[in-house]
Design a protein around this ligand. Structure first.
Ligand code: ADP
Ligand code: MG
Length: 401
């Protein structure tokens, strides 16, 4: 065992694997889109290329113990070819399929008896309409593959409109099929994060609450405010999904807590996930360390929390060309905040970084994490000096003006 992990994708998730890899002296190499991208900046040994290019994938996996992923946009044929060449792929192409294709996911989950929103695969507008008439409008329609951050999800009313135009485009694509779902009235969205080794060991982190804005995760609250019964149900679902699909590495199960109290699976990710960034500061073992351990089939780390509560707020876009310009102000006002920036050029709405705060007053932590993110976003007016004085009094810090 040479302890070399190859990962497809050069974004922030591969970048955040680099720290635990360095600590554990595990080699890490990513297939990056550009040699100055987010992961490439911290993983100098990374080949540039795209997952559809089999030669680039061969270069990525040469000499590596295992191939894993930070996103699921990889053709099945490429994975099958590599598997046939003897590459150890974790999670396996077969397991990963359920995270790549939302119709396939609904099929395998429904067959396994995992609770899901009511759904149908539709290949014509008429079938979409029939489904909506059956479950009630509006409905949710999704492109089966390639969507992320809400791209590929529409809320559809019965009346013709822009949504139907999008659905028609998806139906006219080579796949010619969409996933239609009932629109769940949810109290909150949750994520159950777990990890599983090829040899079967399974561990889970506390279930978190996630907040989505326009389909993009904006905030995470850990632990989620749930009854013990709901927590147990969520963890049972996570375990059932991981074991029946044979998932290895980190698995995120996105869930709806419906207004009926039912927990329904939204979708799956078989890799570290935005809902798990809090584990860097709030857990004995982070999701990034755990993913490396799990895909290498090493014993898994403890997942117990190291604090009462943790909150995470994403930085989505910025009016600052260089969000680091806010560091002096952010660090002075919010010394308890853990700031992560991913080294990406600023674009509107882009996930550029996140801020995590741990402690025992989640509402206050959330307000302060939001204010720290507002500064990084170039929205200086959002933070209040009064807050700083209170925090400094609490932490016993004296401000040196
Ligand atoms: N059936 C549904 N009912 C209600 N809201 C939904 C439903 N499906 C998706 N959503 C909303 O859209 C968001 C994005 O959908 P998701 O399938 O997770 O797509 P993505 O792959 O872009 O994350 C969800 O987090 C949720 O807020
Ligand atoms: Mg999602």
């Amino acid at each position: 065992m040479g302890y070399l992990v190859s990962v497809v994708g050069g974004g922030q998730l591969a970048r955040m694997m680099a720290q635990p890899a360095a600590a554990l002296h595990i080699g890490l190499r990513a297939l990056v889109e550009a040699d100055d991208g987010s992961a490439a900046q911290v993983l100098p040994d990374s080949p540039v290329g795209f997952p559809a290019d089999l030669d680039a994938m061969r270069e990525l996996t040469r000499g590596a113990d295992v191939l894993t992923f930070e996103h699921e946009h990889i053709h099945a044929e490429t994975l099958t070819a590599l598997e046939n060449e003897g590459v150890n792929i974790q999670p396996s192409a077969q397991a990963l399929a359920a995270a790549q294709d939302k119709i396939h996911m609904r099929r395998v989950l429904s067959e396994a008896g995992v609770p899901c929103p009511r759904w149908a695969a539709a290949s014509t507008a008429e079938e979409v309409r029939e489904f909506g008439d059956e479950v009630g409008w509006p409905i949710i329609v999704k492109v089966p593959t390639g969507g992320y951050d809400g791209k590929g999800v529409v809320v559809l009313d019965r009346e013709d409109g822009e949504g139907w135009h999008t659905v028609a485009q998806w139906l006219n694509s080579p796949r010619g099929e969409v996933l239609a779902e009932e629109k769940v009235n949810f109290v909150r969205e949750l994520a159950a994060l777990s990890a599983r080794r090829p040899s079967g060991q399974f561990v889970a982190w506390p279930v978190v609450q996630t907040v989505q804005e326009n389909g993009v995760c904006s905030e995470v609250i850990s632990p989620a405010p749930l009854t013990d019964e709901a927590k147990t149900t969520a963890l049972r679902i996570a375990h059932q999904v991981a074991s029946t699909l044979g998932v290895t590495g980190v698995l995120a199960v996105e869930l709806f807590e419906a207004d009926t109290g039912a927990l329904l699976v939204n979708e799956l990710a078989m890799r570290p996930h935005n809902s798990g960034h809090v584990t860097i500061e709030a857990s004995r073992t982070s999701q990034f360390e755990q993913h490396l351990r799990a895909v290498l089939d090493l014993p898994l780390g403890a997942t117990e929390p190291t604090c009462d509560h943790a909150v995470m707020v994403n930085l989505l876009g910025s009016t600052l060309e260089e969000p680091r310009a806010a560091y002096p102000e952010v660090m002075r006002r919010y010394p308890e905040a853990k700031v992560h920036l991913y080294g990406k050029p600023v674009r509107p709405g882009r996930k550029l970084g996140h801020v995590t705060i741990t402690g025992n007053d989640p509402e206050r932590m959330l307000a302060r994490a939001r204010a720290a993110v507002a500064l990084l976003r170039g929205d200086g007016g959002a933070a209040t000096g009064e807050d700083d004085a209170r925090q400094n009094a609490r932490t016993g810090q004296k401000e040196i003006a």
